[in-house]
Write a new protein. Structure first.
Ligand code: SAM
Length: 190
């Protein structure tokens, strides 16, 4: 298939925006797969800040990072991403070039603990104010579960209203597939 699938496309967007030495955010650590990807992208001189509300996700991610010798460049917070602006040190504000939100529930974990549009939108707002210009926020939206459909509608509504002078907003989605596969909204700060 020549057209990039959803998760590879999310990675391509971040790869284009982020350079070695940069500062980036994993807003939903989960099992830490995206964190490892980001830690490799920023390299030894870069920094990753990660957030999750579940202790299980923090521990799993920290273990994965240690195993891959990437722990030093990642700070993990057992906090909701709605606390991004408060937790990321002020000296790093204005320097963040990439962020990813892999929304929904922790695969293999408690499906009752999901992301919610109010807190996701609060985090996006904060990121837009503390990111570098041309920094990119990638949202991977899983809308096959009940709360996911609500979050999808709220996020589409919010993102479509973002002032085009403040951000470019892209939707990337296969529109003829069954079972509500995930899709991407990418926001580039202007
Ligand atoms: N990126 C992960 C990976 O590579 O494995 C998958 C993330 S999983 C789909 C979504 C995660 O979001 C869950 O681990 C859940 O605990 C977390 N979450 C839910 N609400 C959150 C919030 N307000 N702030 C940060 N994380 C949250």
């Amino acid at each position: 298939m020549k057209v990039e699938r959803i998760l590879p496309f999310a990675k391509s967007l971040l790869t284009n925006a982020v350079s070695p030495g940069d500062i980036v955010v994993d807003a939903t650590l989960g099992n830490g797969h995206d964190t490892v990807f980001l830690a490799n992208l920023v390299g030894e001189q870069g920094k990753v800040y990660g957030f999750d509300v579940q202790q299980e996700a923090i521990e799993g991610t920290n273990k994965r990072l240690t195993e891959q010798n990437l722990r030093d460049r990642v700070t993990t917070f057992h906090e909701g991403h709605e606390r991004i602006a408060a937790k990321i040190p002020v000296e790093d504000h204005g320097k963040i070039t990439g962020a990813i939100f892999n929304l929904g529930y922790l695969p293999g974990g408690d499906k009752a603990i999901v992301t919610h549009s109010e807190t996701t939108i609060a985090a996006i707002e904060q990121l837009l104010s503390i990111m570098a210009r041309e920094g990119i926020i990638v949202l991977v939206i899983y809308h096959g579960h009940e709360q996911g459909a609500v979050e999808r509608d709220d996020l589409l509504d919010y993102c479509q209203r973002l002032n085009q002078k403040a951000a470019h907003v892209l939707q990337y989605q296969f529109i003829n597939q069954q079972n509500n596969p995930p899709f991407i909204i990418a926001i580039e700060k202007r």
